[in-house]
Design a protein around this ligand. Structure first.
Ligand SMILES: NC(=O)c1ccc[n+]([C@@H]2O[C@H](COP(=O)([O-])OP(=O)(O)OC[C@H]3O[C@@H](n4cnc5c(N)ncnc54)[C@H](O)[C@@H]3O)[C@@H](O)[C@H]2O)c1
Length: 447
């Protein structure tokens, strides 16, 4: 669905008009395109933590990033496209001043669409109290910068557990790229990887990997199938039998396979096992299929309540359990669930949906440590307002509010959710487990 206000202010006349009358002027987000170099460049690198050498190693491996020391000003015409501040060894409150000094001096050096990443040490794992407090304080800084830097700049915090330094690469590459255009103000915790390191082809990381995507015939599910296929995956697209024609079209468009299956059917897990016996186990499963049946609870029928919980929560739980128990996921496997910011903040008229999507977060967090014993990770994305047929049904004024009430002042596109899922499902993301990442442009809902 199109955002006509964003198109309007992206035209020269619209920009002039919005400027003259003082209307908000969101920048059309720049997204990753195939063939484009992965990371933004140049990047300012600052801070003196334990992750500095790993950041340098990653940059030299990419061969594209020019790291600029914070002390050397770039020529005035060259804006930095990214900044990484290694705050992992900030050990007390006084040292937090280093972040003020850096961002105070460098905020204006960042170009439009720049990517900012602050690296920290997981507060719960800090040795002493002053360090735990200082590290926890980074969250407030990052979430505030994400709100105030504007100009489509995104800001994230990655906490790296001691000993998990080598798991940083896939996350740093994602957050310093155009793939994370609609993700901002997020906090991610990295642990030691659940699986063994493998050789990574950063261009086609999913080469030779089998991926299952539910609800893949349209919207976000179709975008997930497209992005994972673009990155080398063989995709099995699942959708309800009623959507067979669209499903086949979607599967054909990604060179994949169609599997017509109602994930709430009593025999859904058996059918999936039968598919696995014939075609082999999966490396990635994305629980994307979802429905809404909105009504305030006093007016909501029991059928509307039950059907939403069945599709959005019970089916992902049953299928995940069956896959893990039946060796349906290979070691190094990934489960990614699609939650929603409604599951974080709650939403008027969506008690069934919000219950199911909060449950999905519980599923990801609860299953993660158990799945880790099988070298499988479980994570969730929580999209905000994404331009799809689902959000096209929302009444105009509520739709417009949903679109604008975030730090990037626009809705996201299905590909924004898909790129985030591709990062969580990445073979090098074994250190990201039990995380919930919002793809919402830092929506005010539940912020
Ligand atoms: N669009 C948004 O703004 C937004 C925001 C937050 C979360 N989400 C979530 O993202 C996911 C995808 O949303 P979308 O906007 O693309 O929705 P959509 O309605 O366009 O697509 C959902 C797909 O799931 C399929 N599906 C529904 N029930 C199924 C079942 N029982 N078995 C198999 N397939 C089934 C549908 O046929 C459809 O193809 C959903 O889980 C949704 O809750 C969307």
């Amino acid at each position: 669905m199109s955002d006509s206000y964003l198109s309007f202010v992206s035209s020269p006349w619209g920009r002039w008009f919005a400027q003259t009358v003082g209307l908000p002027q969101p920048l059309l987000l720049q997204r990753h395109r195939s063939g484009q170099q992965g990371l933004v460049n140049p990047v300012i690198v600052a801070g003196a933590g334990r992750l500095g050498s790993e950041v340098q190693r990653i940059f030299s491996a990419t061969d594209t990033v020019t790291a600029q020391p914070a002390t050397i000003m770039a020529p005035s015409t060259v804006k930095a496209q990214g900044a990484v501040f290694d705050a992992s060894e900030i050990a007390d409150l006084k040292q937090l001043d280093e972040l003020y000094v850096f961002f105070h001096a460098n905020a204006r050096r960042l170009g439009q669409h720049a990517r900012v990443v602050v690296l920290g040490t997981t507060p719960e794992l800090c040795k002493d109290l002053p360090q735990a407090i200082a590290q926890r304080a980074l969250e407030g800084l990052v979430r505030s910068l994400a709100k105030e830097l504007r100009r489509a700049i995104t800001v994230q915090l990655i906490y790296v557990a001691p000993g998990a330094e080598r798991t940083l690469e896939s996350s740093l590459r994602f957050f310093l790229s155009r793939r994370s255009a609609y993700v901002s103000g997020q906090v991610v915790r990295l642990e030691k990887a659940v699986d063994q390191p493998v050789d990574i082809d950063w261009e086609k990381p999913f080469n030779g990997r089998r991926v299952l995507v539910t609800g893949a015939s349209r919207g976000i599910g179709l975008a997930i199938a497209q992005v994972l296929a673009r990155d080398g995956a063989q995709v099995v697209c699942v959708d309800v039998p009623q959507a067979q024609a669209l499903l086949q079209q979607a599967a054909d468009s990604v060179g994949g396979m169609a599997l017509a299956l109602d994930i709430t059917a009593a025999d859904a897990a058996q059918k999936l096992q039968a598919h696995i016996r014939e075609h082999g186990a999966f490396d990635v499963v994305v629980h994307n299929a979802g429905i809404t049946r909105d009504k305030t609870i006093a007016k909501m029928t029991e059928v509307a309540w039950r059907s939403v919980l069945a599709v959005n929560l019970e089916a992902p739980l049953q299928l995940s359990t069956a896959l893990l128990e039946g060796q349906g996921l290979r070691p190094g496997g990934r489960i990614v669930c699609v939650s929603s910011i409604s599951g974080i903040a709650g939403n008027l008229g969506q008690s069934n949906y919000a219950t199911s999507k909060a449950g999905v977060i519980g599923l990801a967090q609860g299953l993660a440590p158990r799945a880790a014993t099988q070298q499988v990770t479980v994570n969730a994305v929580a999209p905000g307002f994404i331009e799809t047929q689902m959000t096209a049904k929302i009444p105009l004024m509520i739709r417009e509010a949903g679109r604008r009430m975030n730090s990037l002042s626009q809705g996201g596109q299905p590909i924004d959710v898909a790129e985030t899922i591709a990062w969580l499902a990445h073979p090098a993301s074994g250190g990201v487990n039990g995380q919930v990442v919002r793809v919402c442009g830092q929506s005010l809902l539940g912020a």
